[in-house]
Design a protein around this ligand. Sequence first.
Ligand SMILES: NC(=O)c1ccc[n+]([C@@H]2O[C@H](COP(=O)([O-])OP(=O)(O)OC[C@H]3O[C@@H](n4cnc5c(N)ncnc54)[C@H](O)[C@@H]3O)[C@@H](O)[C@H]2O)c1
Length: 342
Amino acid sequence: MHSPAPLRLALVGAGRVAMAHLAAADRHPELVEFVACADPSTAVRTSLAETHPGVAWYPDVESLLAGGERVELAVVATPHAAHLGQIVALARAGIAMLVEKPVVLTAAQAREALAAVEESGVTLVAGQTRRFARDVEQAAMDVAAGDLGPLNAFAGVSLQNLLAYTGGAASWFMDGAIAGGGSVISHGIHIIDVIRFVSGEDVVLADAQASTGPPMFNGADSDTAATLQLAGGAVGTLLTSYRTSPDAQRATIDLFFDDARLWSDSRLDDGRMHLDRGGASAAIVDGDLPDPFETQLIHTVDRIRGNAPERSSLRQNFNTLATIDAIARSAATGRRQPVEER
Ligand SMILES: NC(=O)c1ccc[n+]([C@@H]2O[C@H](COP(=O)([O-])OP(=O)(O)OC[C@H]3O[C@@H](n4cnc5c(N)ncnc54)[C@H](O)[C@@H]3O)[C@@H](O)[C@H]2O)c1
């Protein structure tokens, strides 16, 4: 059978996480051909010239588009505040996108991005990487099959030490004006999105308290405690921190059903999902798990070619972004907030 030519791939932002996307792309030359990069950093330019000679380099997405470079898929992995403008520019140029989380900063921005993407008809996959982990996918399938009983309650915890992550250096992740927030938007987002994806339900209400302390600034939350309610009535908690002690870094998710508990703990068994039921506890998927960045890339190419159902579209991502928005509004006003509907 004739296989289609690989899609011409550009990286927009080629920092830390882009390297995980690039490693996945390098493993799939039959799907994508890395042809261009837009990033203002000369260090990035120099290192790419060594590992991927021949790839065209531009300082920003505007010059990439103006340069007439033929690109069919862009992986957007830039600081958060840059995402919306880049999405709109790429959509207008008819280029499909895989956009890192958070796709944009607010529910209002999500509507703007959705309008641009739907007007142009391009594919946008929200880079909520955990949706593409095999165990998380299996958990969602088990819940959808309906044999765990109704979901009653949940708890998510996401604790990181940002200074340990940056090696003590200053970073745009600390700046609320660029990151759009702090611990919730930058890493708590994974927990919110996994709870939604596995439960199959949207968040409808948020009630939160937040604090901001070093190294965060410009209003970025260092720590947030929220209670959330899902559309089906289940209630739960979310605790996030960017200044937990390095030894205490951890991410956990618990979903409590009538007949079972689904859980994951980043410190146990590769952080994979487990099912406790009838006195027994077992990982829900055995063996090696594929790299979710790779599964995500394969899905994105399949979506562009019309070969896969939606799994992380911008419409599906809207409630995750609107929940973060509601958490921030609640923390700022001291009042419970409804999560905006699309
Ligand atoms: N999916 C995941 O598990 C995961 C993990 C870490 C980070 N992320 C997300 O990936 C994105 C990037 O994070 P990172 O850790 O790689 O950050 P980073 O700071 O390491 O990299 C960002 C890159 O973007 C470049 N850049 C800055 N402004 C730009 C612009 N206007 N146009 C083009 N390039 C620009 C910078 O020079 C840098 O090379 C963020 O959205 C972040 O939340 C996702």
